[in-house]
Unconditional design. Structure first.
Length: 243
């Protein structure tokens, strides 16, 4: 039941992506800062960072429109992402961009106003035919990476939002803030490897259970491993403890 609810929620957010597109846009932040405006995407990315302190990367597993689209792309290519070192690609994309954001913010001379609806038409991102060009390009990017490389390839290699949440995770661990996470009970594990096969992020969940290290930066807390474990060796927890 939980996965049906999650699938319904994430499908809803993908279907409304034409409305919310600009709130996920890295360019909208830059355009806004040039004019002294804090745009909606800047507010969303800040919210993602702060939410990671308490909810980890649950946003990626339950809300993200790109995640929802990629999940449905597994019907075409369900291959696992095996090269974890390639996860650093997104940081090589993110670092120049965030540096540019700070540079433009400093150069603009200050913030004049906060406008969550910057570069939207009454809050709607895709409100005219020409805007569909950007929308289709972004959707094509998500789809082509999934078709070529496998499960949630964009999340691994290209997502400009994930680093904000990873920073939140690291701060959470340092400060030991109680938060949503996974915990495991090794004595209950039967090593059936079902958790590995259902993980949307291609993580070695079984190894994480055996090593008692469930805090992986790429875990999106979708709960598929929790719901597929017949021996209940993996569960959700809300705690400051390390599992």
């Amino acid at each position: 039941m939980r996965q049906r609810i999650r699938n319904a929620i994430i499908l809803f957010f993908f279907l409304t992506f034409p409305i919310s597109l600009n709130y996920f846009s890295p360019y909208v932040i830059i355009d806004g800062l040039r004019k002294g405006i804090i745009a909606g995407s800047a507010l969303l990315f800040t919210t993602q960072l702060l939410s990671a302190l308490f909810l980890g990367r649950a946003f990626c597993g339950w809300i993200c429109p790109a995640g929802g689209l990629q999940d449905y792309c597994t019907s075409v290519n369900s291959k696992k992402i095996k090269n974890e070192k390639a996860n650093w690609i997104k940081y090589f994309i993110w670092l120049p961009w965030i540096s540019l954001v700070f540079f433009i913010g400093l150069k603009s001379g200050g913030i004049i106003k906060i406008d969550p609806f910057h570069m939207t038409n009454y809050g709607i991102s895709v409100s005219e035919p020409s805007a569909y060009i950007n929308y289709l390009f972004v959707v094509f990017l998500f789809v082509i990476l999934s078709f070529i490389f496998g499960k949630r390839a964009f999340c691994h290699y290209g997502c400009w939002m994930a680093p904000f949440m990873v920073i939140g995770l690291k701060v959470r661990r340092i400060l030991r803030i109680p938060s949503l996470k996974l915990k495991s009970t090794l004595s209950k594990c039967t090593n059936c490897l079902q958790c590995n096969s259902v993980c949307l992020m291609s993580l070695g969940i079984n190894n994480m259970v055996n090593d008692s290290k469930m805090n992986h930066n790429e875990c999106i807390l979708c709960g598929r491993c929790v719901d597929s474990c017949s021996s209940e060796a993996i569960k959700y927890a809300f705690s400051s403890k390390k599992y």
